[in-house]
Ligand binder design. Structure first.
Ligand code: ME8
Length: 634
């Protein structure tokens, strides 16, 4: 029998900026679903990628003095490197500059053109350049974009329009008839409300080349390029044609995971495009909520953007992955704080899970020399509680509705039951007078931990493997298939030998109370010393210089593209001493957590360290040995 297929996507992210926790969030969510589906024995195609055309990317490249493709080639690395660090198990990575994607976009455009779904019209409207969107007179708020608040400009030009308006009624009917097409329900209601209370216009799907050159040319008119959203949305389909295994027809997707910011483009533009193409619609579009910091939107100018690389470096991949999905129900907005993350690590991960495993393995080694024998009584309350919690963790409704925090809570149901069981049975007492009962307790605890590891795997793959190994089992993914996800009495066909390993999650000391800025300054002036905490605030890393060039009209400034584990642009005032070409390939020291600043209009995302002596000799700092880029300086 053919395996059941499961196709999941993330948005393709703009390469105009580096990834932050929001991008990580959607991608980890997709990874959780992909891993779970593989565990259940399905054939999975998990797609992510980057959106590389359009005005935003063109502008970001121009600011850096690069061509859009050069810029995209550098920036795409930030995403692929981060996905590796986060253990993202994507099967494919699409870039909209891939030649095969471009061919598909042109092909679909041509079909729509020939079938009369596209029309050329004279158009006058208000245009928001940063958002690349036209607005009508009534949308505009005091001359500003209703979405981003920036000024709009009046534009009059000829353009091509996709006749989206004629699909309005059909789309309403479709969404009403398919309750799980758009989730969560609040978002579904929003879309229905919008469609019922507004007249859907036609969608401008071209940009004149004279205004925007960086896009896919229309196949039927070379003077225009394709609107970036039309190009981007097609990725979900085009990838199935050239990035997936040839035997399976992957379209339609099971889930498009997106943030709530891009719901309209998916629920309305993409759905109607597919209707016009006579293609099936995806089975589900899930729009999750927004991560904020102190109740505010993350933004570079406010300086509150959370860098996932930093969080992984400080707390580990799995703690970060766990926190994002345990703390806030998937679908709602959440507030990110390191204190909340530390608290989850100390309570859920160190106290509940880590302690359970270490107590179990210590006892197994102490009382049975690591050997666990099969001996269970499935009528015991403890076993029943574990079986029920495990069933909840694999509840198909919870998984299809993406109730990740409920699922995690159910897994913690097993962990809590196991900890209670230890407290109630007091194995250290049984060791003195009832070894038979102790054997049973240990086997049951082993089973509870085994099911915990399987259930946790999609969320925390490294931790699950570590638990599995300490439990004396072989490869989790090989052995855990659908059959063993919920079987209590399962036992492998080889001898189990427990081997106590490292603590999964050492506790993190609570942060010392934050000194106010004024107090810190006072300290420095009073005795000219800073505390180790103050020094620890400065993040220093080794960076490898990839590309260099002078900042135009400056004899002092050099612009460097530096790999510090992620690619960043650094502008340094060393141009009177160093020629740009002298720096390429060198390892340097970079301050990586400085707020970005503009020097002569060019953005610098960090600072390189250099020393100047009293004679005015300037030297950049270079490590004495070969150390990898991204190495931390402590
Ligand atoms: O919109 N909280 O790309 P993008 C949660 N290229 N998720 C967030 C977030 C936050 N604060 N910020 C971003 C684009 N995201 C288009 C998509 S798809 C055909 C084209 C996540 O780089 C969330 O998934 O602006 C959001 O929808 C996406 O990043 C936007 O990424």
């Amino acid at each position: 029998m053919d395996k059941k297929k499961f196709y999941i996507t993330t948005p393709i992210y703009y390469v105009n900026d580096v990834p932050h926790i929001g991008h990580a969030y959607t991608t980890i969510a997709a990874d959780i679903l992909a891993r779970y589906s593989r565990l259940k024995g399905m054939d999975v195609f998990f797609l992510t990628g980057t959106d590389e055309h359009g005005q935003k990317v063109e502008k970001a490249a121009k600011d850096k003095g690069l061509t859009p493709k050069e810029h995209a080639d550098i920036m795409v690395e930030n995403f692929s490197t981060l996905w590796k660090k986060l253990n993202i198990s994507n099967d494919a990575f699409i870039r909209t500059t891939d030649p095969d994607h471009i061919i598909t976009v042109k092909g679909l455009m041509q079909i729509l053109w020939e079938s009369g779904e596209i029309e050329k019209r004279q158009y006058a409207g208000w245009y928001c350049t940063p958002d690349e969107r036209f607005w009508t007179e009534k949308d505009v708020v005091e001359g500003n974009c209703p979405d981003c608040g920036r000024p709009v400009e009046q534009i009059q030009e000829e353009n091509y329009f996709f006749l989206m308006s004629k699909y309005q009624e059909r789309l309403i009917k479709y969404i009403e008839e398919k309750p799980s097409y758009i989730l969560p329900e609040t978002r579904r209601n929003e879309v229905i409300g919008f469609l019922k209370n507004n007249t859907l216009g036609d969608l401008c799907i071209s940009r004149p080349k004279s205004r925007l050159a960086w896009g896919i040319p229309l196949p039927f008119d070379e003077n225009f390029v394709t609107y970036v959203w039309f190009d981007a949305l097609v990725n979900y389909f085009s990838a199935t044609k050239y990035l997936a295994s040839g035997k399976v027809d992957w379209w339609p997707a099971d889930h498009h995971l997106i943030g709530k910011d891009i719901l309209t483009t998916h629920a309305v533009y993409w759905s109607t495009m597919l209707m016009a193409l006579k293609f099936p619609l995806p089975k589900n579009i899930f729009a999750h909520g927004w991560w904020m910091v102190d109740g505010k939107k993350m933004s570079k100018s406010v300086g509150n953007v959370v860098d996932p690389n930093e969080m992984i470096g400080k707390y580990g991949v799995d703690a970060f992955r766990y926190f994002l999905f345990r703390e806030v129900p998937f679908g709602l907005d959440g507030n990110f704080s390191e204190d909340a993350l530390i608290s989850r690590i100390n309570t859920d991960l160190a106290n509940d899970l880590g302690n359970l495993l270490s107590r179990f393995s210590t006892m197994a080694e102490k009382y049975f020399n690591g050997a666990i024998e099969k001996d269970s009584d499935i009528s015991e309350d403890f076993v029943k509680a574990c079986i029920n919690a495990n069933l909840d963790a694999h509840d198909s409704q919870a998984w299809s509705q993406l109730h990740f925090n409920h699922i995690l809570d159910s897994i913690w149901g097993i962990i809590r039951a196991a900890n209670n069981h230890i407290a109630q049975t007091e194995p250290w007492k049984l060791a003195k007078n009832d070894m038979e009962q102790l054997k049973r307790v240990m086997f049951n605890l082993w089973n509870a931990l085994r099911l915990t590891a399987i259930s946790l795997y999609p969320f925390m793959p490294e931790t699950a493997e570590k638990i599995w190994q300490q439990l004396g089992l072989r490869s989790l993914t090989d052995e855990a298939g659908d059959r063993n996800i919920s079987t209590w009495e399962w036992k492998p066909g080889y001898e189990i030998k427990i081997s106590k390993g490292e603590q999964l999650f050492p506790r993190i000391e609570a942060k010392k109370e934050n000194r106010t800025e004024k107090e810190s300054k006072q300290m420095i002036t009073e005795d000219n010393l800073i505390s180790i905490e103050d020094f620890a605030k400065v993040q220093l890393k080794i960076g490898k210089v990839l590309q260099t060039e002078r900042v135009p009209k400056s004899n002092k400034l050099i612009k460097l593209q530096v790999d510090t584990g992620e690619i960043r642009q650094v502008v340094a005032g060393i141009g009177q001493v160093y020629a740009p070409e002298d720096l390429t390939g060198k390892s340097i020291v970079v301050v990586t957590n400085l707020k970005p600043a503009k020097l002569m209009g060019v953005e610098s995302q960090g600072m390189l360290l250099a020393a100047t002596d009293s004679d005015g000799v300037l030297s950049i700092l270079i490590p004495e040995k070969n150390v990898k880029e991204g190495a931390k300086i402590k």
